[in-house]
Design a protein around this ligand. Structure first.
Ligand code: PSU
Ligand code: MN
Length: 305
């Protein structure tokens, strides 16, 4: 029988030696970025982690096995194969038992990373409370996963298609720590500033490593630490274009009856179409920046150990 999960040898060795490792999710590759560019971008994200001195560990389900660290064939399967399932935490075991191939969301990736003993994780934007949540109850499982998983997640805030204020309230209720990196404003994914302030700001990877140490000492490491890293202002989407496209995209999703796990991929794809690729460019830049920062934090945390 195949094992339910496996760790690539390079990653297992790094973890044994207490070396820096950064987990990466795969839903952004399969469902968040258009083909065939997604495969090249997935490689670039891994390379960004390597360039900053850490080992990348992209997580995905390939033919029924949860893999921590993908070889070329596995990365290609996730990026290009038809019918790759978007797996949140609740989908993982079901999909694994069926021998499926699936990409892991923030919720599923955080769970698997913690299982493997990886402390750092980079993504684009977290899921959260959707704008129509009052009617639909649509709130990403990313939030509850962050409330119960010991992991540090580097992201550009939550996706700007969401109700950011409500998501920040939920993160507070769930006991998830949020710090801004180089800012006291909560980033807005495609935009540098979501319009919401933050209580805590850090300015160096070593400061995050110190927070991680304090969490362990205080037995507060059972939840996630979110490091919110804004996209550079020169790379952000034009705010007026963002507002116009968002309104159009939300209307289109509603008209097309999109719901459940299809909402986020639909809205992101609509953005990429309607901004003539500008949102795609911004998305790639912010993910690369998050991968680099997560690697620097992993290096700082490993130096502590
Ligand atoms: N960040 C991106 N692009 C993405 C995602 C994050 O830049 O596609 C994915 C993550 O996998 C996240 C998911 O967990 O979107 C959220 O989906 P939902 O809202 O259905 O929970
Ligand atoms: Mn949802």
């Amino acid at each position: 029988m195949l094992p339910a999960w496996s760790v690539a040898p390079e990653i297992a060795a790094a973890l044994r030696d207490g070396g820096p490792v950064v987990a990466l999710e795969s839903t952004i590759v399969s469902h968040g970025l258009p083909r065939p560019d997604n495969l090249r971008i997935a490689r670039e994200i891994e390379q960004a982690v390597r360039d900053a001195g850490a080992v990348p560990a992209t997580v995905a389900l390939v033919d029924g096995v949860v893999r921590v660290g993908l070889d070329e064939a596995a990365l290609e399967a996730i990026a290009l194969r038809e019918g790759v399932v978007k797996c949140s935490a609740r989908d993982l075991a079901v999909a694994a038992a069926r021998g499926a191939t699936g990409a892991t969301t923030v919720a599923a990736t955080a769970h698997v990373a913690a299982l493997a003993g990886i402390g750092l994780f980079a993504t684009g934007g977290l899921g959260g409370v959707h704008r129509e949540a009052r009617e639909t109850w649509d709130e990403s499982a990313d939030l509850v996963a962050l409330a119960r998983t010991s992991i540090c997640v580097v992201c550009a805030g939550v996706k700007s298609i969401l109700d950011v204020a409500a998501t920040l309230e939920r993160l507070e209720t769930l006991g998830v720590s949020v710090v801004g990196y180089g800012t006291d404003r909560f980033p807005g994914f495609y935009l540098a500033d979501s319009g919401h302030g933050l209580t805590w700001r850090v300015d160096a990877p070593e400061e995050v490593a110190a927070i991680l140490r304090a969490r362990t000492a205080l037995a507060l490491e059972g939840t996630a630490l979110v490091v919110a890293n804004p996209i550079a202002e020169t790379d952000q989407l034009d705010p007026a274009l963002h507002a116009a496209v968002l309104e159009e995209a939300l209307g289109a999703a509603d008209a097309a009856g999109i719901h459940g796990r299809d909402v986020t991929p639909f809205l992101l794809a609509r953005f990429h179409e309607r901004t003539g690729g500008a949102s795609l460019e911004a998305n790639v830049r912010l993910v690369l920046a998050n991968a680099r920062l997560a690697a620097r934090i992993a290096v700082a945390a490993a130096a502590d150990a």
